[in-house]
Design a protein around this ligand. Structure first.
Ligand SMILES: [Zn+2]
Length: 524
């Protein structure tokens, strides 16, 4: 019954045979952009920009988009490096997103399987966020050309995950209404695998908040009894939280860094700050832990005779992704298949796995040995999870049907958020994996624009299954500003040095060539 409806709707415009042929045309059209994909992946890699400071990345990408006929609105949600680019008209409106920021201190030469920073101490793409925009932009360009040729109605929207590592923008885009008229969202994220899961994948959501203690300075030797140490407030808060850990669920993840511990030892610190991520599996538990953190900070202030305030810097809900859309994407993944890795790619992967002492098997028991040669299975909601990472794409996923394509542009078995995760990210591994991701994305866009039943099914899953009992409540209020000041100083320190290493595609075939790296290199 369902299948009949599906083919009738699709047949309205195109027969199954035509659909198959047009999808093959899309795969070929994306394939013709292989060089553009490589340039985009390599360029963003070379910019090495931290969250909220992605100015070069943003300028480069918005130019590519407007050169290709997209109408670009810059600075959405008062985030200078964010944008929303639109092409087309009418419905459905399909949004494509991917992150663009990198990781502190992860600067690393690509293709080199030992520690070799491009700029010592600088940020680098140790998460692989340099690859996702090529996946969505070249998928969109191929689909746009087909829509023009075949008079297929609809609107394509392209937007960036700015400061994903700080979970700093997506809840703000939602709050400010940027996804109000969007029917579905396809998000893409780098992986060692090629798949698209749905439901609750077992990750955590979080609140990121900074606690600022205010004390009173004094000569630390001459009159310490007259001082009130803000650093004491920070330390007592951390002690309080670490005692609290015993009484938290095992799914809790919480971590902090002291971002300001005072100026010098002979001055009692009048100001000190600590930055926490409170992660849990449900909205209720995240909120409870955040509120416990506030109470503990107030207790610490009382003990140290200081005062304390807190500010939200980022938030993410625990993720839940759309089943009908994921199944459509997965069937297209199967059509694309894994990239054809060669001996060099495999040798690179094994060298990195040896370098990071990768486990022999992943969490699902699959062996970790070189690059994956088969697409992953498609998985639904987990029955149980010990908790894990977070991504603020979840705030979008709780507001409209959303999926996350994981495309195979990195090496399985790395630690994440580490310089070794950058090694593959401007090599043929990243180029081939991103191209394959773009091909699967283009075909799924085709499904969204030509099969109305897919959008209807996606919406009923969203309404009748996903949000039946769980309603989205934002962690941020109307007043919370995006934390665009973050990373300004670090980028200020390294930007000039990094500029000397920006990829110049007019002079060099690849970034590896520009850096003089023989691929792969694993002996010093
Ligand atoms: Zn990420």
């Amino acid at each position: 019954m369902m299948l009949t409806t599906l083919s009738t709707t699709a047949q309205k415009k195109f027969t199954e045979k035509e659909v198959a042929a047009m999808k093959q045309q899309l795969v070929a059209a994306v394939g013709s952009h292989a060089k553009d994909v490589q340039v985009m992946v390599d360029k963003i890699f070379s910019f090495s920009e931290l969250g909220f400071q992605e100015t070069e990345t943003s300028a480069f990408l918005t130019k590519v988009l407007s050169d290709n006929g997209f109408k670009v609105e810059k600075g959405i949600s008062n985030v200078p490096t964010a944008w929303m680019a639109k092409w087309g008209s009418g419905s459905p409106v399909i949004a494509l997103g991917s992150d663009i920021d990198c990781i502190p201190k992860a600067s690393q030469k690509p293709g080199v399987a030992y520690r070799a920073p491009i700029v010592e101490g600088a940020p680098g793409h140790g998460e692989g966020h340099n690859s996702g925009q090529a996946v969505i932009i070249y998928a969109a360009i191929a689909m746009k050309e087909m829509m023009e040729k075949e008079h297929i109605p609809g609107t394509i929207v392209i937007w960036p995950g700015v400061a994903e590592e700080l979970v700093g923008t997506k809840a703000w885009y939602i709050r400010d209404g940027y996804f109000k008229n969007v029917d579905a969202c396809i998000f893409t994220h780098v992986s060692g695998d090629f798949t698209c899961d749905y439901g609750d994948g077992g990750g955590n959501g979080l609140v990121s908040a900074r606690f600022d203690f205010n004390g009173d300075a004094a000569h630390a030797a001459g009159a310490p009894w007259r001082g009130k140490s803000a650093l004491d407030g920070v330390e007592l808060m951390n002690i309080g939280w670490n005692y609290k850990r015993e009484h938290l669920k095992p799914t809790n993840r919480s971590h902090y860094v002291v971002v300001d511990g005072g100026d010098q030892p002979n001055v009692v610190p009048s100001k000190a700050s600590v930055w926490y991520y409170f992660r849990e599996r449900t909205y209720e538990d995240i909120k409870a832990n955040y509120e416990a953190g506030i109470k503990i900070s107030e207790g610490a202030a009382m003990m140290s005779g200081t005062t304390v305030t807190n500010q939200i810097l980022g938030t993410a809900w625990p993720g839940h992704f759309n089943k009908p859309l994921a199944e459509a994407m997965y069937s297209n993944i199967k059509k694309v298949g894994m990239p054809k890795w060669d001996d060099k790619d495999m040798a690179m992967a094994r060298a990195v796995q040896q370098l990071v002492e990768a486990p022999k098997k992943d969490n699902y028991g699959k062996p970790i040995d070189g690059l994956r040669t088969k697409e992953d299975t498609i998985k639904g909601s987990v029955a149980f999870s010990w908790g894990g990472g977070s991504d603020d794409i979840a705030d979008i996923s709780w507001n409209l049907p959303t999926i996350v394509l994981r495309y195979p542009a990195n090496i399985p078995g790395t630690k994440g958020h580490h310089w070794a995760d950058a090694i593959a990210m401007a090599t043929p591994i990243a180029h081939k994996g991103s191209l394959a991701g773009a091909q699967a994305t283009a075909m799924t866009l085709f499904d969204c624009f030509t099969n109305p039943k897919l959008i209807t099914d996606a919406k009923s899953y969203f309404t009748d299954v996903q949000t039946k009992d769980v309603k989205y409540i934002p962690f941020i209020t109307e007043k919370d500003p995006p934390a665009i000041h973050l990373n300004k100083e670090i980028m200020g320190t390294y930007r000039e040095q990094l500029k000397k290493f920006y990829y110049d595609e007019t002079k060099f075939g690849t970034y590896l060539e520009q850096l003089g790296v023989t691929y792969p290199t694993y002996n010093r």
